[in-house]
Design a protein around this ligand. Sequence first.
Ligand SMILES: [Cu+2]
Length: 325
Amino acid sequence: MMTRVDVFEDIFLVFLGLGTLVGIIVVSYTLYNAYKYRDDGTRDPDEDLPTLGELPTGGTGGKKLFVSFFLSAIIVISLVLWTYGMLLYVEDGPDDPGEDAIEVDVEGFAFGWSFYYENGAESSNEMVVPVDTPIWIEVTSTDVWHAFGISDKRVKADAIPGERDVTWFTAEEEGEFLIECFELCGPGHSAMEADLIVLSEEDYEEWLEEQLTLTLDLEDADGESVTDADNVEVTLSSDDEVVATYTGDDFEDGVLEISVEQGDAYTLTVESTDGSFETVELEDVDIVDGPSETVTLEEPGEDDDNGDDDENNDETDTDDAGGDD
Ligand SMILES: [Cu+2]
């Protein structure tokens, strides 16, 4: 499969090669004639030499002129057609949209980038993609004009509020590459960078799964970790429909890992099976970028005195700096 990098490399090499060739021919022919018609002091003073500004007349009917014009035309026209064909390929991408192609929505903001994946996962300032897979990106902005670019992959797309610029690229090797903003957008422009992280197919799947996993930690009223979760029942629901339930057995050392198929905002309920603590309900828990939550279990009755207090205490999102919309 031909990547964008291959296309632009080819165009560059062909133009460089032809330019060099034409340059060599023109300069050599000029030097040759300069030497051939040099003034070596043996000229007949009566010879009819042209004077400065005089146009040549007669001769071979402009044969040389015609040949050079014809050759130039062939070269220029074939270059235009060939380059145009290559750029059409860059526009359309490989087998649009391609079976295993991946779509990522890119959102620029002053001053950074957010990435949204098909299964609802999200990441900020790091774009994670699998190797050897066509990646289609849809780029937009939430505030002012930006331009999304990955020089290494020859990618550039406008990021304009209300508009979506679609383009693609394929990463041929694993590694980290620099994403930059290419539109002067404000005082933070030059630092408006993100990482393109290219992983193997398996590592990419694993990363996606991690994004859609919530780590739930329990602690008691004193802030001590609860390791014995036998009497705990956790319910995950979305739009009032129960997605999954977990019991004490699903905890490991007091920590529960909840994985979902689709990244979204979920409601999380932590209940006691024996009434030893108050039920805790967390609403709008975003499982999109590998968040973690710590839930404080209060003994029943305590709640009456400081009811408003614990609602705020319950939610500690350690992994989601700036991720809230
Ligand atoms: Cu910018």
